[in-house]
Write a protein that binds this ligand. Structure first.
Ligand SMILES: NC(=O)c1ccc[n+]([C@@H]2O[C@H](COP(=O)([O-])OP(=O)(O)OC[C@H]3O[C@@H](n4cnc5c(N)ncnc54)[C@H](OP(=O)(O)O)[C@@H]3O)[C@@H](O)[C@H]2O)c1
Length: 247
């Protein structure tokens, strides 16, 4: 797959890890379509990418169910002149806290954005990629889907579902030329983790690297898996967690 004339859809492409991935994909000449709720942030992201000479569009959507996922997929295919070659399932929310403090509403919100939306985006876009005989999907997971961590039951379990779906989708669509992989980040400095303050450093201190990642460091791995440099990698989960899950 050469990168020119490719289109990539990045959910949550207007902030943090998603925006870093959008910038890097755009630098390769890939037309990026970023999705988020906040129009101002979306337009700013797109303006920055265009100012650097690349192609970008913003789709405003509150992704929360199958119909919003289908609508975003439809608009992305339209922007991509009939095709979306790369899907980055990145948008996610991560409320932490003990199980007994999680409400049903929080449960539904987490599973809707973190699991249901990727599920139905793949349901829409993977068959179109398969028809063309090529495509790449990268799911953004988390290291806390790999071990039991107090206060992360809801979030971690939603991403554990994504880890299994990564393998299931690799099995379903791989023989049609669609590669499906996951990146599993450790603590990363983004707008989304700003509020964690020193808590992020404390979490990061448990890993060999001993510090939080930058969004760019996670985005490097996403771009690797999304492009032909990873042409023989199917169904893998790449830990980009400073070594936390290695110890
Ligand atoms: N940062 C970390 O330490 C870390 C570690 C491991 C894994 N991750 C995973 O990495 C991914 C990105 O994290 P981040 O820290 O970069 O997050 P972030 O800075 O909070 O950005 C989240 C993005 O998702 C979008 N979004 C949130 N809710 C949405 C909704 N209902 N509909 C559409 N878009 C929505 C946001 O845009 P709007 O607000 O405009 O909607 C924003 O673009 C997540 O899946 C997260 O679980 C992060």
């Amino acid at each position: 797959m050469t990168t020119n004339s490719l289109t990539a859809l990045i959910t949550g492409g207007t902030s943090g890890i998603g925006r870093a991935a959008a910038n890097k994909l755009a630098q390769l000449g890939i037309h990026v379509i970023v999705v988020g709720r906040n129009a101002e942030r979306g337009e700013r992201t797109v303006a920055e990418i265009r100012a650097a000479g690349s192609e970008a569009d913003f789709v405003s959507s509150d992704l929360r169910d199958a119909s919003s996922a289908r609508e975003v997929a439809r608009r992305a295919v339209e922007f991509g002149n009939g095709h979306v070659d790369i899907l980055i399932n990145n948008a996610g929310i991560f409320p932490f806290g003990p199980t007994h403090e999680m409400t049903e509403e929080m449960f539904d919100n987490v599973y809707s954005l973190n699991v249901k939306v990727p599920y139905f985006l793949v349901a829409e876009l993977a068959p179109l990629m398969a028809e063309r005989g090529k495509g790449a999907i990268v799911n953004v997971s988390t290291m806390v889907a790999d071990y039991g961590a107090a206060g992360m039951s809801l979030y971690g379990s939603s991403k554990a579902a994504i880890n299994l779906l990564t393998k299931a989708w690799a099995a379903e669509y791989g023989s049609s030329g669609v590669r499906v992989n996951a990146v599993s980040p450790g603590p990363t400095r983004t707008e989304g983790t700003d509020a964690m303050g020193e808590g992020l450093d404390q979490l990061a201190a448990q890993a060999p690297a001993g510090r939080p990642a930058t969004a760019d460091e996670i985005a490097e791995a996403i771009v690797f898996l999304a492009t032909d440099r990873a042409s023989f990698i199917h169904g893998a989960k790449l830990a980009v967690d400073g070594g936390r899950t290695a110890i």
